[in-house]
Design a protein around this ligand. Structure first.
Ligand SMILES: [Zn+2]
Length: 478
């Protein structure tokens, strides 16, 4: 069916008939998630040396929990004053928290393509609505599969669908059927978009996966969407009625769903041999720079994201990493941590030495060269037919961040986070040397840009209906 929004196996299932159970399973998810809260870690204590030794274990599962549209500064563990994330906070307190993590775009497809391939958008070229990650790329799921893991991805965002190249390496990659509607609130989000179902459908799917494959070594990716959609249920905390309040309510709801899934791992005896990774593809704006939503610019509210590693044990006091880091470093880091081979042709680096140094590990390796600038890109006009979009490049080096529309250098902006964390005062005119230095770095990236795989990105024919449905996922394209 050409007009389907993507080519997923929607409606298919793991290995057994399931629809008869989904109603009951959903009720169970809701009943448990509405009252569940992690108070104490259901794992034993470990040390930073145990973290370093994870690479030698051969029984380790990896679960990647990607929460679409989750900005870091709305989580308690990142200093938010509201109690949006008690469960994530409790888990993170015994894990590794990257305080300055930057996504490589504020639009899902470009950001996720960069995250999964560990390459800059300038190099991988996945910057337009019809671009596809080429088959020659090596994605982390392929590395896991090659190493004998059972691999599965469960998602609800059409921008990471198989037809855009995101399925590579996954034995199973599904968009679950929307479950039966029940009492829940989905406030109209700034984009006005609607998506059938909720993230409970992801959790039901994930539990089915554990039922079928939990006895094998596995890599499981769950891509949450309720924060993107401003969905919450009656059990979520109530913060108010503004977009920002309801966004926070949806974080609280997602936090409890996530905790429920972690509890499922514990009950199956899998928590003590599963590494959890929490991340996001971009943030969300609330009028900080005159916009709501995302995928319109690259300011901090739409690019500062969480990155939390939760080992299969609890590290007393946790480990906090202050070094500026990038989502394209995420998979080089995780693969290194669990002892798998690195992906070829990447721009990202493993941050494991920085983690071990931050945790004051004995014999921590050198961190030289790992403090690097953070790169961002959004091609303005990514959703329009027949035009080549204009790249907006962001470059953060220490406290300084440059925003550089390549076709309109006269509109360059420079901000100094040490005195202006909200990026309110453009100082490019007052700081010509800093502006020139960062601009030269960007020009260098542009001049040397080339495909990591030696090919241009493929372009996928996208019907008007499909494009309309995808754009309705959250973006009003001007
Ligand atoms: Zn997204």
């Amino acid at each position: 069916m050409a007009d389907e929004p993507d080519e997923t196996e929607e409606g298919s299932w793991w290995d057994k008939p399931w629809p008869y159970f989904v109603g009951a399973a959903l009720l169970l998810v809701v009943a448990v998630a509405s009252q569940f809260e992690i108070r104490r870690p259901a794992v034993s204590f470990g040390t930073v040396e145990d973290l370093a030794a994870l690479s030698e274990r051969d029984d380790l599962n990896v679960v990647f929990l990607l929460i679409d549209t989750l900005r870091a500064d709305h989580l308690g563990i990142y200093g938010y004053e509201r109690d949006t994330s008690p469960n994530i906070d409790a888990l993170a307190q015994g894990g590794v928290v990257f305080k300055e993590m930057v996504s490589q775009s504020s639009w899902t497809k470009t950001s996720m393509a960069s995250l999964w391939t560990a390459t800059r958008p300038l190099n991988n070229g996945i910057v337009h609505y019809d671009h596809v990650i080429p088959d020659v790329a090596t994605l982390p799921a392929e590395v896991f599969k090659e190493a004998g893991y059972r691999t599965a991805g469960i998602y609800r965002n059409g921008w990471v669908a198989p037809n855009f190249g995101f399925k590579q390496g996954f034995d199973t990659y599904i968009k679950p059927l929307a479950g039966r509607e029940r009492a829940r609130i989905a406030r109209k989000n700034p984009s006005g978009s609607f998506l059938a179902g909720t993230d409970e459908d992801l959790i039901v799917s994930a539990k089915e996966f554990l039922d079928n494959y939990g006895h094998q070594k596995f890599f499981l990716y769950i891509h949450f969407m309720d924060v993107h959609q401003y969905v919450y249920d009656n059990g979520a905390a109530r913060f108010g009625t503004s977009y920002l309040d309801v966004y926070d309510q949806s974080i609280h709801w997602s936090d409890r769903l996530l905790a429920h899934f972690v509890e499922e791992l514990s009950e199956r005896g899998l928590r003590r041999k599963t590494l959890l990774v929490i991340a996001a593809d971009h943030g969300e704006a609330f009028q900080e720079h005159g916009w709501e939503g995302h995928a319109k610019n690259l300011y901090r509210e739409v690019t500062n994201v969480p990155f939390i590693i939760i080992p299969p044990f609890y590290i007393e006091g946790g480990i906090e990493v202050d070094t500026l880091a990038s989502n394209m470093d995420l998979w080089p880091t995780i693969l290194d941590l669990v002892g798998l081979p690195p992906m070829p042709h990447v721009d990202g680096v493993s941050l494991v030495p920085i983690v071990l140094a931050a945790g004051a590990a004995a014999d921590a390796p050198s961190t030289e060269g790992l403090e690097r600038p953070a790169f961002g890109q959004l091609n303005i006009g990514w959703g329009r037919r027949g035009i080549e979009p204009n790249p907006l490049i962001a470059l953060q080096d220490g406290d300084l961040q440059l925003f550089y529309p390549l076709a309109k250098p006269e509109r360059i902006e420079l901000y100094d986070h040490s005195t202006d964390p909200g990026q309110m005062e453009n100082v490019q005119a007052e700081r010509p040397e800093d502006t020139a230095r960062l601009r030269a770095m960007v020009d260098g990236y542009v001049a040397s840009a080339s495909s990591p795989w030696g090919v241009e990105p493929e372009r996928k024919e996208v019907s008007e209906l499909m494009l309309g449905q995808l754009k309705a996922l959250g973006y009003v394209v001007k």
